[in-house]
Design a protein. Sequence first.
Length: 387
Amino acid sequence: MPSSWRDHSQSRDEADVVIVGIAARGLAAAARRAGLRAIVLDLFGDEDTRALAVEAIPLRRLGGFRIDPADLAEQLAVHAGPDLPIVLGTGFEQAPEMVDELAARFRLVGNGSATIARLKQPLAFAGLLAGLGIAHPRVFPERAPDGVRTLEKRIGGSGGCHVRPADAVGGSDRYLQEFVEGRTVSALFLGDGSEARLLGFSEQWSAPTPDAPFRYGGAAGPILLDPAIGQDVAAALGRLVAATGLVGLASADLVLHPPGWSLIEVNPRPGATLDVFDRPPLPPLLDLHFDACAGTLPDLPPLLPGEGVEVRAAGILYAPAFIEMRLDALPGWVADRPPQGTRIEAGEPVCTVLAAGHDLTEARAQLARRMDRIWRELSTASRKAAE
């Protein structure tokens, strides 16, 4: 059985919240900023996750970065009990039944399986959006009509590695979504079950490979959109929250295209843009998540770039080749820090790189320089250790 990296005999008494996800460092940092002491359960056990947590518990990993549900339930029974609030990150959209099982035994703060299923079952979600008058790409359960460009996606998938061009599905857990050309952005928002509060927009990009042309690469924000589009998106999110009962912190992936925008998907949980937005002038986002789940939304306007508001960028560094983690000192702008000796295969995520600038162009340029620098230093250290 997996074991923790430290004695856990007192951790439950010391903790305020339990955080669970495939990679939970971002939520652990959000808990620290909110003044909460967190027990963290994830697959990676990165050094900064362990430093942020009261206790860090490694979870058993199944194929494809999936959490073993039996191991998770056992670990939560030991480390969380029925009273500590639990916040779920990535790893649960494709298994709403797991959320049901956890909710029956533990105190979950976030969306239940019914809401997740309404947002993550493609045909039902497309029908919901059509009924709400929200622009969206068409979806097809088996094969694309002639002349329609489509992408194959895994139901409940995240991270973009599961997305590829196709005109027919390759399995029962897949579907086709019409490809929409345009600028990819994300809207960070809160729901209280009946209303939504838009917090800000970020730009997203891919880190493509031949087998995964839409693999998630990173995000930067806040960004400024046409005010009319911002108002339209905010109104649409309000209708969506009222229809689904969504609560807490969530994000909506959009594609901007003349003459408007399309809603691609909704992630009903705190996500990757915590690294972008969980900074002043916004209050701690995990506090806002708890309040929204309890029915209270903040009186906040959407965050915009400008005086006193930097644009922040967070990019995922994927290993171009195999390395072993041998770099002793990592810069302060590196997050998700693998422990010394970690073996990272080509194509796997190495770490998250952070950057900032006065505007989007400056922030992304600094990010690109830092990603190039840290890979050179990591690969050099790995080669020297192997000599």
